[in-house]
Design a protein around this ligand. Structure first.
Ligand SMILES: NC(=O)c1ccc[n+]([C@@H]2O[C@H](COP(=O)([O-])OP(=O)(O)OC[C@H]3O[C@@H](n4cnc5c(N)ncnc54)[C@H](OP(=O)(O)O)[C@@H]3O)[C@@H](O)[C@H]2O)c1
Length: 218
């Protein structure tokens, strides 16, 4: 629920973990291969669009300017407006991590239908945020679970991802590993339509399960 304590708390923990992941990536030197290391070699900065009332992110413009990588975590209906207002700034980033989902009860059945008709959430995000290097990830794991299942003993939880830009994918994979998960690329942004709550890839799976499910998708 927007603005509820549990939603804000879960989102804050997710972003904290993502920030940690970015730090780990930078320390491990992986961004060099992903083309996103800071000039000073310091950890990458994460800008979150959708931090809302949990605070400290300032305006959307400030969050995008701050982040070397941007996490987009807003209702799907907000993407069009954000793309129109900030498209060029987002397109200059090496990675926009798209966590957003079109959900009928929140965004309306019409929007969900339109997104499906246009090829699903991955392709539509790419259209709305034209030029951005988008990778979809963490779309169907609850914020409230992310912290407790990170670095799971006995085998990491897999995170299905979809993207078209190889460098952005490499960068996202490093971030996700840094967060204590195993990224599993299921395909290009056209496959982003399967990274939604209620799909077979949703919830928590091992990397092997994700590969098996992904292989069965049309
Ligand atoms: N909740 C989860 O566990 C979860 C898991 C995976 C994916 N997702 C996806 O993540 C997205 C956000 O979900 P949520 O549960 O965090 O929703 P939420 O609690 O409703 O929060 C949405 C956030 O987006 C901000 N926002 C709304 N319209 C905006 C705009 N036009 N420009 C900038 N910021 C705007 C809100 O700021 P204000 O509060 O200031 O209005 C709020 O901080 C959704 O697409 C959802 O499907 C959620």
């Amino acid at each position: 629920m927007a603005g509820s304590y549990s939603a804000d708390h879960g989102r804050r923990n997710f972003l904290k973990l993502a920030g940690g992941g970015l730090g780990v990536v930078a320390l491990a030197g992986r961004p060099a291969s992903a083309g996103a290391q800071t000039k000073t070699g310091s950890p990458l900065k994460i800008g979150s669009v959708g931090a809302g009332r949990m605070g400290s992110a300032g305006t959307v413009e400030q969050a995008i300017a701050f982040g070397e990588v941007v996490v987009m975590v807003v209702p799907y209906t907000a993407l069009e407006e954000i793309g129109k207002a900030h498209g060029p700034a987002l397109a200059a980033k090496p990675l926009v991590l798209d966590i957003c989902n079109p959900i009928a009860r929140r965004d309306g059945a019409d929007l969900v239908k339109r997104v499906e008709e246009q090829g699903g959430a991955g392709l539509v995000s790419a259209k709305l945020l034209a030029g951005s290097r988008i990778v979809r990830a963490f779309n169907a794991i609850s914020y409230l679970r992310v912290e407790s299942i990170a670095n799971r003993p006995g085998g990491l939880v897999g995170v299905p991802i979809a993207g078209d830009d190889p460098k952005a994918i490499t960068l996202a994979e490093g971030i996700i590993r840094g967060m204590g998960f195993e990224p599993v690329l299921v395909g290009g942004l056209a496959k982003g339509k399967y990274l939604l709550p209620g799909t077979p890839l949703a919830e928590e799976h091992t990397p092997a399960e994700i590969r098996r499910i992904a292989a069965s998708l049309p």
